[in-house]
Design a protein around this ligand. Structure first.
Ligand SMILES: NC(=O)C1=CN([C@@H]2O[C@H](COP(=O)(O)OP(=O)(O)OC[C@H]3O[C@@H](n4cnc5c(N)ncnc54)[C@H](O)[C@@H]3O)[C@@H](O)[C@H]2O)C=CC1
Ligand SMILES: O=C(O)C1=N[C@H](C(=O)O)C[C@H](O)C1
Length: 266
């Protein structure tokens, strides 16, 4: 396999820092640079936690792509920035692997069109953890038999978007195998707004934010006399890295946008 030249956006973040070390330590990847909000012109090795990783820090994405001739951008930033980075990468012929969550349906459609127009790969994966992908797939299977479902996602309290990208993707996958149903009592009424959570296709999604948590989700199904709970827990960000690696290896072989790791796993 040829060496894949990778840029990581958001290198000082919780996920970005892990991704920097992953790319730096893989023989068939080369960390060509990082995209940060600050430290333009410094070497990453001058930043605490990155000793020995001597690659340039860019704050201007266009300059970054022109200078490095990168193959892949791994984006782990914030919803607005991630969307801008992904769009710019596609315009420059750089293949995006996007872990950043919080994109709208319209943004996803627009990026898909752009990837196809350019004829290059793009992977947007709301969750890189294999266990989370299985949780979503098992939930999709279960929803064929259980039409009543509530999604409970629990994250650290620094998370910007709610519901989580994983919860939205889970609901979308469940919708593919579940008969449409408005859940709860027909006359149900919230006495405090938001008590029943967000609603997607009749399913309710509840978002919990607490210090101490990393990333956790329960999908609860109910039927007469029984419940089924499918749960996944990420206890650290290392849990996401094997998925990032597979996505970087795969995106260079694609010519369209793939939304969800489940679509590339064998
Ligand atoms: N797909 C997955 O498996 C996972 C996705 N995520 C998502 O990844 C994203 C990042 O999450 P965390 O690392 O926890 O957040 P974080 O807040 O720790 O890191 C975000 C980083 O983005 C940087 N940033 C902001 N604007 C920037 C800009 N213009 N250019 C370059 N960098 C910029 C910030 O400085 C910060 O270091 C979130 O959207 C989160 O939902 C998080 C965990 C797993
Ligand atoms: O912000 C996080 O931490 C996470 N974000 C992703 C999401 O929104 O689903 C993936 C994982 O849950 C961790």
């Amino acid at each position: 396999m040829d060496i894949v030249k990778v840029i990581v956006a958001g290198p000082r973040g919780r996920m970005g820092a892990e991704a920097v070390h992953l790319v730096h330590n893989e023989d068939h990847f080369e960390l060509a640079g990082v995209l940060d909000r600050k430290h333009e012109g410094l070497s990453l090795s001058e930043i605490k936690g990155f000793q020995g990783i001597d690659v340039p820090i860019f704050t201007d994405i266009e300059e970054c792509f022109r200078t490095t001739q990168a193959d892949v951008l791994v984006d782990l930033t914030t919803p607005d920035v991630g969307y801008f980075h992904t769009k710019t990468a596609l315009e420059f012929g750089v293949r995006p692997v996007v872990g950043t969550t919080g994109f709208s349906k319209e943004q996803l459609n627009e990026l898909k069109e752009l990837a196809e127009e350019k004829g290059i790969g793009c992977i947007i994966a709301p969750n890189f953890a294999i266990g989370a992908v299985l949780m979503m797939k098992f939930s999709q299977m279960a929803a064929k038999y259980f039409q009543d479902v509530e999604i409970l996602e629990m994250h650290h309290d620094q998370k910007l978007d709610a519901p989580s990208g994983t919860a939205v993707k889970t609901a979308e996958m469940i919708s593919k195998s579940r008969e449409p149903k408005k859940q709860g009592h027909p006359k149900e009424k919230e006495t405090i707004e938001g008590a029943r959570g967000a609603e997607m296709d009749g399913m309710h999604i509840h978002s919990i934010r607490l210090p101490g948590l990393v990333a956790h989700q329960q999908v609860l199904f109910g039927a007469d006399g029984q419940t089924l709970t499918i749960r996944h827990d990420s206890y650290n960000r290392q849990s996401f890295m094997s998925g990032v690696k597979v996505c970087v290896e795969t995106v260079i072989k694609l010519d369209t946008l793939v939304y969800g790791l489940e679509n590339i796993l064998e």
